[in-house]
Design a protein around this ligand. Structure first.
Ligand code: 7PJ
Length: 286
């Protein structure tokens, strides 16, 4: 029997109820994600965008200052701090938002948690030197994501010697053990298969279809497929045309056990998740 508190994650001052699927809105603060140049304008735009996403039903705002798209170059830590920290500060102070920080840098994790961030989201699953210790000391929940290699090289020739879902499960299990050894209890962890990170379209589709292999690890699952090339490649759609495909993936991810959905289009994704969830609640076979 599952204890009711199992479905709550304490995220700093916020408590996140994961007894049903929740949506995390993406807030990119990389320069290429804004059309206008001025720093102050950028910060205000970011705040307004976050406010809209919260009004549309986002439970969490995920702030990212490092482009982790395939082929992206590394960002110096000072630059990442400059981009991310002022946004975190204002989201917390002005909107009282539950803020997650999409970062692999221990410096950014440290500073963001000191400014009131409620969750850490690391596409490198705390593999940077010092990241495990800082994350453990922060007391915050952490999302561990699967990725082979680094973003700048990862799409060259993704290869797995076993079914991809087993490779991903094995990697995540190893990272959970590393966290526990560093004093970060598993109750604070979420797991993410890392769609689009060192994976072919076939890998991504299979990972979603076989996501129950990850559910067996017993931790809440997070997924991010919003606008990704797996949709573009299957449907032949440009980035701005990928919402319908993305909503199909949201629905299926919920059915396969995802509890946190990282998306750009919050309102439609909340509806897709809630509609799918409503069906799953009724008349389940024993
Ligand atoms: C993901 C992420 C994801 C988690 C990005 C993009 C690339 N964090 N950060 N999972 N993707 N946890 O959004 O296209 O899939 S950045």
């Amino acid at each position: 029997m599952k204890h009711p508190s199992d479905s709550f994650l304490q995220c700093g001052r916020h408590r996140l109820d994961l007894s049903y699927p929740r949506v995390m809105g993406i807030l990119n603060v990389t320069p290429d994600s804004f059309s206008d140049g001025g720093h102050h304008a950028t910060l205000d735009d970011a705040l307004r965008h976050a406010e809209t996403m919260l009004a549309e039903g986002a439970a969490v705002i995920d702030v990212g200052g490092e482009s982790t798209r395939p082929g992206a170059a590394a960002v110096p830590v000072e630059q990442e701090l400059d981009r991310v920290i002022p946004v975190v500060e204002r989201l917390v102070r002005e909107l009282d938002a539950l803020v997650s920080v999409d970062t692999s840098s221990p410096e950014v994790m440290q500073e963001a948690s000191a400014r009131g961030a409620g969750m850490l989201n690391d596409v490198r699953a705390l593999r940077r030197p010092g990241a495990l210790q800082v994350a453990a000391g922060s007391g915050l929940p952490v999302c561990l994501m699967h990725m082979l290699g680094e973003p700048d090289a990862m799409q060259r020739s993704p290869r797995y010697d076993e079914p991809v879902e087993l490779a991903v499960a094995c990697f995540l299990e190893e990272r959970v053990a590393a966290c526990e050894a560093a004093g970060l209890r598993r109750e604070r962890l979420l797991l993410d298969p890392g769609f689009g990170f060192a994976k072919t379209v076939e890998h991504n589709l299979r990972l979603l279809n076989r996501m129950t292999a990850l559910k067996k690890l017993g931790l809440p699952l997070m997924v991010g497929m919003s606008r990704k090339s797996m949709i573009g490649k299957v449907l032949g759609r440009a980035v701005e045309e990928r919402l319908p495909g993305g909503l199909a993936l949201v629905s299926l991810a919920v059915e396969r056990g995802a509890r946190l959905l990282r998306v750009h289009d919050v309102g439609p994704s909340v509806d897709a998740a809630n509609m799918t969830w409503a069906v799953l609640q009724e008349g389940e076979e024993p």
